[in-house]
Design a binder for this molecule. Structure first.
Ligand code: ZN
Length: 56
């Protein structure tokens, strides 16, 4: 369970970072359409993951 969440979190983090590296608007803080979706997924999973750590 925890590994699954962590894996998804890492994957979302990688996807977001990789996108941001090649995307000028996202680097300057103005998320493009794809970037906004990737960032939201990353932020959601990060919240879940941090909440999971805190409640353990
Ligand atoms: Zn972007």
């Amino acid at each position: 369970m925890a590994d699954g969440l962590h894996t998804r979190y890492m994957r979302a983090s990688d996807a977001w970072r990789t996108h941001r590296k090649g995307c000028e608007p996202c680097r300057s803080g103005q998320h493009c359409r794809d970037g906004a979706a990737l960032h939201r997924l990353f932020a959601d999973l990060q919240n879940d993951y941090l909440r999971h750590l805190r409640t353990r």
